[in-house]
Design a protein. Structure first.
Length: 199
């Protein structure tokens, strides 16, 4: 696993270049104590704006076929090029979590799903994300190859290609799904399948 350092601002180093300047007045932000705040914050010395940096929500689904298989995508983009993951993406500002789950799954797989139960909610602090994974029934649509995917195909619970899964949060979500639908199957320890990138 890559070493992600948390620099000034209490944020991962990779995020720091994106939060250098005040989004209200353009001044350089300072990191330090702020009256009334319980931890050090990025704040603007000119206008007083406090820049709160919080994780973003990534909405994903485990699309399930009539035969109880999960549909995964072989990724056509970095991070995780050529590895497998469930469909998903960042929640947009004007949609609900379930709307995002339907939209992202349709965009990335061509499949219309109906999100059901939440399989799990996974924090990945070094990537500054929280990933939600819905179990989702496939309602209609045709599998398609998109700009972001090389292939979409179903896997039975005992066929999950654990060593070729792109993200740690995907390993954890698939682990929890398999444990739920096939508690008899042996499972990998998610912490032994660590990825160096992304979520
Ligand atoms: Zn400012």
């Amino acid at each position: 696993m890559s070493e992600v350092r948390f620099g000034p601002g209490g944020i991962p180093d990779w995020l720091e270049p994106m939060v250098r300047f005040c989004s209200r007045c353009g001044s350089r932000l300072n990191f330090g104590p702020i009256e009334g705040e319980e931890r050090d914050r990025l704040a603007c010395p000119s206008c007083g704006f406090i820049f709160y940096v919080n994780p973003r929500l990534v909405v994903t689904t485990l699309p399930i076929t009539d035969r109880g298989e999960v549909m995964l995508i072989r990724r056509g983009i970095e991070p995780g090029y050529n590895m497998w993951a469930q469909p998903g993406g960042f929640l947009e500002i004007d949609e609900t979590v379930r709307e995002a789950a339907v939209r992202e799954t349709l965009e990335e797989t061509g499949l219309l799903v109906e999100p059901g139960e939440i399989v799990g909610l996974y924090s990945r602090v070094t990537a500054a994300v929280v990933v939600i994974a819905f179990e989702a029934r496939i309602v209609s649509g045709e599998r398609l190859v998109t700009r972001e995917s090389l292939e979409t195909r179903p896997f039975a619970p005992d066929e999950i290609p654990w060593q070729l899964i792109a993200f740690e949060t995907s390993v954890r979500a698939l682990h929890d799904w398999v444990a739920r639908v096939r508690p008899d199957l042996p499972l990998p320890n998610p912490s032994t399948i660590r990825r160096d990138f992304g979520a």
